[in-house]
Each structure stands twice: as structure tokens, then as C-alpha cells.
Design a protein around this ligand. Structure first.
Ligand code: AMP
Length: 541
């Protein structure tokens, strides 16, 4: 027997229309280049999205064609998030921090037809544009008259002013592509993910649900994670769906900008990678800001150091919600909330649960497999590669022959090594390629560096494998001291600090002090650069 429910397509148009009808007065605030605040409402946003959809149609953008963005987090970027997919085209967010060759490779691979670029990014983008083979039209988002070498560039605001604020949104196939992102790929060429409307719709429901990130109409959401990095983790889609106030930081990403936005806009939920919050914490140790509005801070993209989670909670009463995900998963996979029955446990034990990456969000299935592909026990100890499946996880990369080995019996192979405990909490041990293989045994660089970052004199730390004559590989710790501790911290102090936490054979063979940890385009530690730098580092026998 079949169910008798309507065939109602799950598309982003539903969110757009819902916001227009139900939340017209709710505010969207953006801090623009130069620091000025721009404020408008969902009524303005939805009308301008309709104008943009009309403009794109007039420019000849057909359903399925890719319209790329090259921009900071802002209200205009949010308009493109809806105008492009809801008009049937495909939103392709380009990563503004990649090297020019990577951006042009990605835009050519996706065959972008139009690129919408922030005026403040024109100097960077103009270096990329000559390499773009399929782009027919550039549109510039500017607050003032601009000059550019881009051929026939149009002004976003003029286009919108000349277009009608009414657009007849068509009924779309929920399985059609709404958007694309490329992986930040630390190995090989970036690979494309093509997200369907259905995937982004269900992901927004999953992300907003109470035991997940928990985003509601009462929230004020500040995604610090860039809108070019997996749609700022889907926060703008979820926030629009529920009618939350949204705040965008633009290029203003210094700790002071973030603290000011949280304080002045009464932000309740702010999301970003650990490095952002490590910087904010160091700033808050010197400066006084009122963060009392903050309810929760989802942190992921890289392991959140335990000391970061604990300090924000104890010093500022802010709950860091550790989460794990991937570009290939739209991106949310797991969230580390304490189960109600654990609330009676001592504080330290509850923290230990929150330091893990958490349990799968409804919609995501997980398992860990050994090298033979067999599932390993959920015992919190046995390691295996994490595999996932669900309605917002890719089933293939876009036009990427040879990438089939990333899939296994209908599961996506994440490349992350994990343990899963009896309650279903995963703990990321490492990326498969980052693990240190010492005498045939694995050492987790994530655990070591997270622990080192708990030392009061340490700002950041990354641990890498370096070749070793006897053990094949041994861990080397690269440590950045806090500014006021530079020159006042020794290798012995670090090793002593680790001694009580790890078995002796896990301890790094050496500690080097460096000025900064190199970062990837999305703000994660770039261990590839460190490995290259220290590949001939001589460890004592
Ligand atoms: P990306 O697709 O750029 O977002 O990178 C996804 C990868 O980031 C994952 O496969 C993990 O290796 C890593 N990652 C994401 N979240 C976490 C987390 N909470 N802890 C540790 N690693 C993480």
C-alpha cells in the first residue's frame, strides 16, 4: 500500500516564500567593507532576490546553468543564495582564499556562466578572470561607483533597480541541483559536490532541530564560517527557514569585530572553526565585552581543543557545541550534546563527552570499518574509517572519474579515522593521512595537539609525523606560544605537561617553536605545509 501524501517538492523556494510571508520585519544586519553597518529586513531580502532572479533571466541564464559568487558574508550574498537556486540555476560559491590557479580550475570545471563578485575583492578576482573559459557575464556588488578591468561588468544594484520585485517562481524538481561547492582538498585537485534542493531543504531541517544545532525564530545567528565554505554550514538556509535574525561580518573578521557584533546585535548563536574562537578567547582575556546574549557556539571543521570548550564555558558561560561535518555532507554530520541521563555525571565527565565530535544528526547514518571493510565495534576504543550515508551526502563527485574509491557499498568514505562509543558518540582520531604510524601503532595527532593547546602558555599547536629510522614515523610538535609567553616556554615544559595524559610512546620526540601555524583557505591548520617544511627534520635516534 502506498501512502496518500502530496508530492510536494522540497525546494529552497519554500524557505524564500515562507520568509517573505511570515517574517517580513525580521532584520538582517551586515558589517560592510570599511565597517559600516547595513540593515534591512526579510521583506527587502526576498524582494531583492526576486529582482535578481528577473535580472538573471534577462541575461539569459537557463535552468541548470551555474552562477558563481566570489564574496564575503553579506546580505547580497544571501540574496544570491535564494535568487539563483530558486530560479532554477545553480549557485556556485567560489572560495575567495584559494590560489588564483585553483579558483580558475574550479570555475572552469564547473563551467560557470556568470560570476557575481564583491567590489572589495575585484583586485584579487581580476587576476583570475583572464583564465576563466566559460564565463559570459560579470556582475559587481558595490556600495559605490567602481572601476574594473573585467570585460562588460554590470553593476548589481543597477541590475536590481531595473528589474521587477515580482518573480513567478516555478515548481522545481527537488532532485535538481541547487548549488555547488568544491572541497578545499588538501590532496589532489579540488572535487565538486552538487547539492540538490531536497538535500539542502532536509539539511536545514536537520541543522535547525533542537538536539542538533537548534536554530529557532528567537535566535540571532552569526555565521563566522564563510558563505563560500559549504554555505556557512547551512546556517543562512536554516536561519531563513525559521525566521531568525541574521548577522554577517563581511571582511571584518578580527576578534574585536566579532566581539562587537555579538555584543551590539545580541547574537545568540555564532558558528565558526576553532581558530576563530582561539583568537577571540585570547582577545577576551585582555578586553571586556558583554557576550551574555550568546546561547551556543557550534564549532567544527577541525577538532575544537578541550581547553577552548572548557574555558568558554567556565569563564564566559558560553556553550561550545562541538560538531563534525564535511563539504560532501552539506556539511553537518554529528553534534556533541550531552544526553539527558548524563547530566547527573560529574562535570569533568560531561566535558569529556562534549570534547568528542558527537552523535549523528537524524538523517545521517554512521559506521566505522577496518582495513578489510568490516564494521568495527561501538566500544569507544576500536579505530576504523568513518563511513556515512544519508539524504544530504553526495553519492558521487561532479564529473570526477577515478573518485569512485571514495564510495563503498552505498556509503561515503570520509577518510577520517574514528572510534564510536556505545552511546554512538564519534571521536575523530585523525585524518587517515595525518596519523603517525610509529612502529606499526597509530598515534593521534589531533589528541596530542588538542592537549598541548590546553597549556596556559600555548596559543596554537599542530603535531605532524616526521620520518624516523627505527619507528618509520614519530610525532613532532609545532607550537606557537601566546604573545606574552614567547621565549619563556621550553620543550621540557610541554613534554612534562603531556606526560600525565598520554602513554610514553605517544609523546612527541621533539617540540619546535614557530611564529604561526600555516592555515588553509578555510582557516584550518595546514599540516601539508608543515610536513613539507619539516620533512627532513632530524630526530634523535
Ligand atoms: P571540509 O570538507 O573542508 O569541511 O573538511 C572536512 C574535514 O574536516 C573532515 O573530514 C574532518 O577531517 C575535519 N573536521 C571537521 N569537523 C571536525 C571536528 N569537529 N573535529 C575534527 N575534525 C573535523
Amino acid at each position: 500500500m502506498q501512502g496518500l501524501m502530496m508530492e510536494y517538492p522540497l525546494t529552497l523556494t519554500h524557505f524564500l516564500e515562507r520568509a517573505r510571508r511570515l517574517f517580513p520585519k525580521k532584520e538582517i544586519v551586515s558589517k560592510m567593507p570599511g565597517g559600516a553597518l547595513h540593515r534591512y529586513t526579510y521583506a527587502d531580502m526576498t524582494a531583492r532576490a526576486a529582482r535578481l532572479a528577473n535580472a538573471l533571466k534577462k541575461l539569459g541564464v537557463a535552468p541548470g546553468e551555474r552562477v558563481a559568487t566570489f564574496g564575503w558574508n553579506s546580505y547580497r550574498h544571501l540574496e544570491t543564495y535564494f535568487a539563483i537556486p530558486c530560479s532554477g540555476a545553480v549557485l556556485h560559491t567560489l572560495n575567495i582564499r584559494l590560489f588564483p590557479d585553483d579558483v580558475s580550475y574550479i570555475a572552469n570545471h564547473a563551467e560557470d556562466k556568470v560570476v557575481i563578485v564583491d567590489a572589495s575583492l575585484l583586485p584579487a578576482f581580476e587576476k583570475i578572470a583572464p583564465q576563466l573559459k566559460t564565463v559570459e557575464q560579470y556582475i559587481v556588488m558595490a556600495d559605490a561607483p567602481f572601476e574594473t578591468s573585467l570585460p562588460n561588468a554590470l553593476d548589481y544594484e543597477t541590475l536590481l533597480a531595473e528589474s521587477s520585485p515580482d518573480f513567478e517562481w516555478q515548481r522545481l524538481d527537488e532532485q535538481s541541483a541547487a548549488a555547488m561547492c568544491y572541497t578545499s582538498g588538501t590532496t589532489g585537485k579540488p572535487k565538486g559536490c552538487a547539492y540538490s534542493h531536497r538535500a539542502l531543504f532536509l539539511h536545514a531541517l536537520g541543522a535547525a532541530s533542537a538536539d542538533s544545532l537548534g536554530i529557532s525564530e528567537r535566535d540571532v545567528a552569526l555565521p563566522i564560517v564563510p558563505m563560500f565554505h559549504v554555505f556557512a554550514w547551512g546556517v543562512p538556509f536554516a536561519a531563513t527557514m525559521v525566521g531568525a535574525k541574521q548577522v554577517f561580518a563581511g571582511p571584518n573578521m578580527q576578534p574585536q569585530d566579532i566581539a562587537e557584533l555579538i555584543q551590539n546585535e545580541r547574537v545568540t548563536i555564532a558558528a565558526g572553526v576553532p581558530t576563530i574562537w582561539i583568537g577571540l578567547l585570547a582577545f577576551l582575556e585582555r578586553e571586556q565585552y558583554d557576550l551574555s546574549s550568546l546561547r551556543v557556539m557550534p564549532v567544527g571543521g577541525a577538532a575544537a581543543p578541550p581547553a577552548l570548550i572548557e574555558t568558554f564555558q567556565k569563564k564566559f558561560g558560553v556553550q561550545i557545541l562541538h560538531a563534525w561535518g564535511m563539504t560532501e555532507m552539506s556539511p553537518l554530520g554529528t553534534v556533541a550534546r550531552v544526553k539527558p541521563e548524563m547530566l547527573a555525571l560529574p562535570e569533568a565527565e560531561q566535558f569529556r563527552v562534549r570534547f568528542k565530535q558527537g552523535r549523528p544528526v537524524a538523517g545521517v547514518e554512521i559506521r566505522a570499518v577496518d582495513e578489510a571493510g568490516n564494521e568495527v565495534a561501538w566500544d569507544g576504543a576500536t579505530m576504523g574509517e568513518l563511513e556515512v550515508r544519508g539524504p544530504w551526502i553526495i553519492r558521487a563527485y561532479y564529473n570526477s572519474p577515478g573518485s569512485e574509491d571514495r564510495f563503498h557499498d552505498g556509503w561515503f568514505r570520509t577518510g577520517d579515522v574514528v572510534t564510536i562509543d556505545a552511546d554512538g558518540y564519534i571521536q575523530i582520531v585523525d585524518r587517515t593521512k595525518d596519523l603517525v604510524k610509529s612502529g606499526g601503532e597509530w598515534i593521534s595527532t589531533v589528541e596530542l595537539e588538542s592537549a598541548i593547546m590546553g597549556h596556559p602558555k600555548v596559543l596554537e599547536a599542530a603535531v605532524i609525523a616526521v620520518p624516523h629510522a627505527k619507528w618509520q614515523e614519530r610525532p613532532l610538535a609545532c607550537v606557537v606560544p601566546k604573545p606574552d609567553s614567547a621565549g619563556q616556554i621550553s620543550k621540557e615544559e610541554i613534554l612534562e605537561y603531556l606526560q600525565t595524559k598520554f602513554a610514553k610512546w605517544w609523546l612527541p620526540d621533539d617540540v619546535v617553536f614557530i611564529d604561526q601555524i600555516p592555515k588553509t583557505s578555510v582557516g584550518k591548520f595546514d599540516k601539508k605545509v608543515l610536513r613539507e617544511k619539516f620533512k627532513e627534520y632530524a630526530l634523535a635516534e
